[in-house]
Write a protein that binds this ligand. Sequence first.
Ligand code: DAT
Ligand code: MG
Length: 237
Amino acid sequence: MSSLIYRSASRAARSALSASRASPFFFEGRAVAAAATTAFRGKFSSLSSFYEKANSKSASQGWIAGALSLLQVSYMLQDQEAHAAELERTFIAIKPDGVQRGLIAEIVSRFERKGYKLVAIKLVVPSKEFAQKHYHDLKERPFFNGLCDFLSSGPVLAMVWEGEGVIKYGRKLIGATDPQKSEPGTIRGDLAVVVGRNIIHGSDGPETAKDEISLWFEPTDLVSYTSNAEKWIYGVN
Ligand code: DAT
Ligand code: MG
């Protein structure tokens, strides 16, 4: 129940703040606001009594109260947005080489063991046109045609994973594009040898994650649920 309330509050905060997302200062602002929220926590009561006093003094001081309450609401929303950001999602795909080599369980388990949550999964053979859409930002590169032929040559395990920082950290789990340069311990570092057969794809940022999830999945394919492990994976002391 509390998680439901938390989710709807987060969603409300997210939509309320969607306009500020366009600002290049949004992420910095959120960090500052998160710090400020921590600093303000426990001080809301004194702040409230201050603006109550200000309010009662005269009507001309009403703007102080208004400004302060706006500030409070803004900090509260920013705080909730920081939590909402924890629920980010990324698109991860095991390419035909990874599927054919029997690496599905190995790769899925690395995301699972980390603490990320699987919210969508399907095995598909994409058409060449679909592969071209997926890799559209690479269409000028000399390897584009071969890459799209390869992606559409067999089954791809398409997935959506959810969790705090999953877009960026998912890329860390995957390792550098060229397995010759991927660190040992990463998926490509441990399990692949050449760039043309690097077994896995992961979205490289929030915008691509959004676009790729909606290219590969219908909204109804994404399963929102609370995992039993979440209370052991997330927490602050
Ligand atoms: P990543 O998959 O790490 O996001 P990318 O988006 O730059 O890397 O490229 C997409 C895929 O294209 C990559 O996984 C493998 C292939 N690729 C990239 N650079 C290549 C190259 N120089 N030669 C052949 N294939 C390449
Ligand atoms: Mg990429």
